[in-house]
Design a protein around this ligand. Structure first.
Ligand code: FA5
Length: 354
């Protein structure tokens, strides 16, 4: 053996030992790639050593070449085995870092809920459907003709001032935001022959100072029934049934004389306060009664105005405050809460109604 092969063998053995030692401590994909470049790459140490084979004599070259190739195979195999181990360890580390803790409580999505007025309108629709009433809707922007004239409130009638009207236009034709849902009485009768049995939920507007029981925009439920032989007893029966369905079978109802130009006789309709049981409290202003709205027998002049024969047909009508009914049912003491956009109020109402 010549000096040249001895040197070559020593260098090769040294390279193999260093390479294996370095491989043993390479523990992530970057270190593995760097190792591969340093030892097996085109510019790596082993490749450089193989190129140096040319410096050996022809007799020495085959033995040295075999030895170098054996080391190359050994290192290549060691690299492959180590690489697999490092890759699986790093995958496990990544999975552990990304792990989802399925025992954590979920985050509840924020769900909206129906507005209390919407709910009440639906509930009223169901109660009245069982009594044979159909729900219809009408325009909120009305003519003075329907809002007043056909309801027996002519322009020079002082009762026209009772409702503080929001006027949209007054020159050519009187156009107003309806002050009540009653114009739908005339609209419905104009379009249908008796028998008529409808309810009309919807917004009404009044130019009024706001307080705990008055809003400039609120909702009413109009009711109208016209047929042969309808009497005040039918009206009382229907409203009493409504009060019991809405507020419970123990509720007492009260009808007192009142005046509205479009009914004769007219009544106001009240229910004993469900909050205090009639004893008197803040919500019923210590009276024990809560007024729901007005009602009465449709005035013969109104029937005649829409082409009905008042000698043949009679009917009753009522107009109730929808916010008022909700306030009473759930003990709300300020009507301004309904359009106030306070989520705490809306959530409380959704919980109570659930
Ligand atoms: C009327 O509006 C009549 N159209 C009712 C009627 C219909 C009588 C059919 C006879 C026959 P009144 O103005 O009283 O009547 O209003 C009826 C109800 O609407 C009131 O009792 C109240 O519950 C509600 N209401 C009236 N004004 C307001 C307001 N500013 N804010 C909140 N609710 C109101």
């Amino acid at each position: 053996m010549t000096n040249a092969t001895t040197t070559f063998d020593t260098t090769l053995a040294d390279l193999r030992d260093r390479a294996l030692a370095a491989l043993a401590v390479a523990d992530d994909p970057e270190a593995m790639a760097a190792w591969e470049r340093a030892y097996l790459g085109a510019k790596g140490e082993l490749t450089g050593l193989l190129r140096g084979l040319g410096a050996l004599s022809a007799a020495e070259r085959p033995g040295a070449g075999r030895a170098a190739n054996a080391v190359k195979q050994e290192l290549t195999a060691a690299f492959a085995a180590r690489n697999e181990a490092v890759a699986s360890v790093s995958l496990e580390a990544q999975l552990a870092a990304d792990a989802i803790d399925v025992t954590l409580p979920g985050r509840a999505p924020i769900l909206g809920a129906e507005h209390p007025v919407t709910r009440m309108v639906a509930e009223l629709g169901e109660i009245f459907a069982l009594m044979g009433f159909q729900t219809v809707y009408g325009p909120e922007v009305e003519t003075g003709h329907y809002n007043f004239d056909l309801l027996n409130i002519p322009s020079d009638h002082p009762a026209r001032d009772v409702w503080d009207t929001m006027i949209v236009q007054s020159e050519r034709e009187e156009i107003v935001l309806r002050t009540h849902t009653s114009p739908m009485q005339a609209r419905t009768m104009e379009q249908t022959e008796p028998p008529v049995r409808v309810i009309v939920p919807g917004r009404a507007y009044r130019y009024e100072a706001q307080d705990a029981s008055h809003e400039w925009m609120f909702h009413q439920l109009e009711g109208l029934a016209v047929d042969e032989r309808i009497t005040l007893a039918d009206l009382k029966g229907v409203l009493t049934e409504l009060a019991r369905q809405l507020f419970g079978p123990q509720r007492k109802v009260r009808f007192r004389c009142d005046f509205f130009p479009f009914v004769e006789p007219g009544v106001d309709f009240a229910v004993d306060c469900a909050i205090c049981g009639g004893g008197g409290c803040r919500v019923c202003k210590q009276t024990g009664w809560l007024e729901m709205g007005g009602a009465g027998m449709v005035h013969p002049r109104v029937l005649r105005g829409v082409g009905y024969d008042p000698d043949r047909y009679t009917g009753f009508a009522f107009g109730l405050g929808i916010e008022r009914m909700i306030m009473m049912k759930y003990g709300v003491d300020d009507v301004r809460a309904f359009a106030g956009n306070d989520l705490r109020f809306l959530r409380r109402m959704a919980r109570l109604a659930a």
